[in-house]
Design a protein around this ligand. Sequence first.
Ligand SMILES: Nc1ncnc2c1ncn2[C@@H]1O[C@H](COP(=O)(O)OP(=O)(O)OP(=O)(O)O)[C@@H](O)[C@H]1O
Length: 254
Amino acid sequence: MEGEQRRLLVRFEGEDLGHGAHVVLPRLSLALHQGERIALLGQSGAGKSTLLAELRRRLGGEAAWCPQHHGLVPQLAVYHNVFMGRLPEYSALANLWNLVRPLRGPWREVAALCDELGLTGLMRRPVGELSGGQRQRVAIARALYQARPLFLGDEPVASVDPHQALRLLDLIDSRHTTSVVALHQRELALSHFDRVWGLRDGRLAIDARADELSLAELDALYPDAAEPAGSPPPGNDGAPLPSPEALPCARGRP
Ligand SMILES: Nc1ncnc2c1ncn2[C@@H]1O[C@H](COP(=O)(O)OP(=O)(O)OP(=O)(O)O)[C@@H](O)[C@H]1O
């Protein structure tokens, strides 16, 4: 995709992002193009959710959304939680009817999704009775059920093991042309995505192609991560971590 003419989806040009008077990311500049798969990194409080919320606002109905705390209704069955992804597409009457007696077409579609996500046989189970990893997959199923060209995810693979995380990201990729996914698994950011946005100290410290980045550069986004005494230096080759100024902002942007 790099180097090709791609459709610009969103551009921030020196804009302040935050919550009311609280500016989290001052003078932010970045661009999202169609076809990009972006890993969004940064330590807790760096502003990942803030940025995703603004992307979501700008992309509107083009983007499927998988929120950080899943936003599921624990008393409702898996089927109903997934169906909620398309609630606005049906009439109030159909939605009410579906609550009592599931509609046949949506039931089949949700069942197929649940099979793909390893949730077979759980369609009637209240979400409150599921494990953390199962709930996470229900939240992903609901986002996939929205059937949008873009996927925005706030740590959608935080509660699953690395193997399953990869499988879920593959599934998300197979159904969306563009994605921005907040996550903390740095190895996954390098191996699975084609671009990394890294937030640190209120700025976009990294905006670079994944294949041009090292784990040490990503580690530098987490200055508060305590190194256990006697542990080896964190760089791949034992070299000291780069300062934020040395981080590769805007590297590899065509
Ligand atoms: N609704 C809100 N109102 C005011 N401030 C907020 C609100 N939501 C988040 N913040 C603040 O904005 C800053 C960035 O928060 P944000 O949730 O975007 O970080 P994050 O990188 O997603 O963190 P985490 O990895 O813990 O989810 C934090 O200082 C947070 O306290």
